[in-house]
Design a protein around this ligand. Structure first.
Ligand code: ATP
Ligand code: MG
Length: 457
């Protein structure tokens, strides 16, 4: 992605008309108002910007007075205004105080100067403002040399890096995330301070870590970010399970270890958040299971570790379930000799909804192992699964012609685990022979299976 730095007047041309109108209304009401943050950084970089943020000396109530349709968002002084289905955030100048727990400001102070507002921001490229006081012509305000750092593609902390990272350890993860997504380097003193303060990141809330990880995973090459996390010690602080992969031998690509394999797999994975997370975690169980050059059962161990890790990050439960499931299932071994019912059982086990993601994960795992993406008969299995799905076979309990209630009503069975086992047994029969899937047939089969089960006990 090639881009050039632009300054001054050219910024005005790049700011959307709707944003200029918001600024003009604030100026006309006697308030200073500026474009700030990532959208200004991206504009100076010559990139298309999104999420335009404004800063003003108007107090939140005053901003609400100027824009009667606006909504007060939070105690940090942010007011949201919608124009043409786009939301803009207008935040009162502020300073942050007392970061006693390395996490969040305990108290914010409003109505301070633009200079103070820019000084609290994390990196020089994020600490510029374009706008004006009422009556002045809009201009770029760049007290920390952010535009020069944009040109040099450098992330440099505003002020003393160690102090800034002690105030809020998330800034270290933001540095790595921004370096990855913007293709910037981290300036030497800032990088050294990250390495020194990295352990503080262990105090961060799961949600804040997850947001930054998600953005790194969505980059063109997430490995750039994960290598930086590992080199600085941040990985050890936030994802120690993955830090344990370094130095674990793998006989895949000569000279590369398990961590190299994981990173190649992540880079090779389709840019979909579930598949990328699964790629990152697919071999997380290997360090704990390695013995004699093998990793027996690493997918079971890995699924457990992945679940604990994702729960720690407070990922939504369905995300945790799906990613854990993919890790658990990623070791499937296809043979061309599989019968059609073996293919259907495979679909039943993986679940129709997860199968494309599992194939995407295997393709990435193959590439990460230095072999063809379609190795191990993957394209043949894909085609056979597609053919089975086109036939519309029964694949899970919900597609059976009867359910637990029918068994209770028709056969007088009691609710409980035995009922579930019986339904699974019926499902296996139907997967092998889809013509069995009608209600009377299944009821007779269920009665026979239940009788056989009783006889066994
Ligand atoms: P993106 O392009 O991903 O939105 P961004 O830099 O705009 O990146 P935001 O989270 O939208 O990130 O934050 C907006 C601005 O607020 C930043 O540019 C920065 O000036 C400031 N900021 C955000 N988080 C912090 C932080 N933890 N410490 C200091 N300043 C921050
Ligand atoms: Mg932003």
């Amino acid at each position: 992605m090639n881009s050039v730095a632009i300054t001054g007047a050219a910024i005005g041309d790049a700011v959307p008309a709707a944003v200029i109108r918001l600024l003009e209304v604030l100026w006309a009401s006697g308030h200073a108002a500026y474009v700030v943050g990532g959208s200004l950084r991206d504009t100076v970089l010559g990139r298309r910007a999104e999420d335009w943020d404004l800063a003003t000396d108007a107090l939140p109530e005053e901003t609400l007075g100027v824009f009667p349709d606006a909504a007060y968002e939070n105690k940090f002084g942010t007011v949201a205004v919608r124009r043409d289905h786009v939301e803009y955030e207008i935040t009162t100048f502020r300073t942050d105080h007392e970061y006693a727990d390395f996490r969040r400001p305990h108290r914010v102070e409003f109505g301070v100067s633009l200079a103070a507002d820019l000084a609290r921001r994390d990196f020089t490229v994020n600490a510029m403002a374009w706008g004006a006081q009422p009556g002045d012509a809009p201009a770029l305000h760049d007290p920390f040399g952010g535009a020069a750092d944009v040109t040099a593609r450098l992330l440099r902390a505003v002020g003393e890096p160690r102090l800034r990272f002690e105030e809020d350890a998330l800034r270290m993860l933001r540095a790595v995330r921004l370096a990855t997504t913007l293709d910037f380097s981290i300036e030497a003193a800032t990088l050294a301070a990250i390495s020194a303060s990295a352990p503080l990141a262990a105090h961060l809330s799961g949600e804040r870590v997850a947001t930054e990880l998600g953005k790194i995973l969505a980059a063109d090459r997430p490995s750039v970010g994960f290598r930086l996390l590992a080199e600085t010690g941040l990985l050890e602080a936030v994802l120690p399970e993955l830090a344990a992969q370094a130095g674990v031998p793998q006989n895949k690509i000569p000279g590369e270890d398990l961590w190299d394999h994981t990173l190649r797999t992540v880079d090779a994975a389709a840019n979909n958040p579930i598949v990328r997370l699964a790629a990152l975690l697919h071999d997380v169980g290997k360090p704990a299971t390695q013995a004699d050059g093998h990793f027996y059962g690493h997918e079971t161990e890995g699924a457990e570790q992945a679940r604990a890790l994702l729960e720690r990050l407070h990922e939504p439960r369905i995300v945790t379930e799906r990613v854990t499931h993919l890790v658990r299932q990623h070791m499937f071994r296809y043979e061309p000799g599989w019968t059609d019912s073996a293919v259907r059982r495979f679909i039943g086990k993986v679940g129709r909804e997860a199968i494309d993601e599992l194939f995407a994960l295997r393709a990435a795992d193959n590439e990460g192992s230095g072999v063809d993406r379609d190795a191990d008969g993957l394209s043949e299995l894909r085609a056979r699964v597609a053919a089975e799905l086109a036939e519309g076979p029964v694949l899970d309990r919900s597609a059976l012609a009867i359910d637990g209630d029918d068994l209770i009503a028709e056969l007088g069975m009691a609710p409980g685990p035995a009922l579930g086992k019986l339904l699974d047994a019926l499902l296996q029969r139907v997967i092998d022979d889809p013509s069995l899937n009608d209600a009377p047939t299944l009821l007779l089969l269920a009665r026979d299976l239940a009788a056989a089960d009783r006889a066994e006990r």
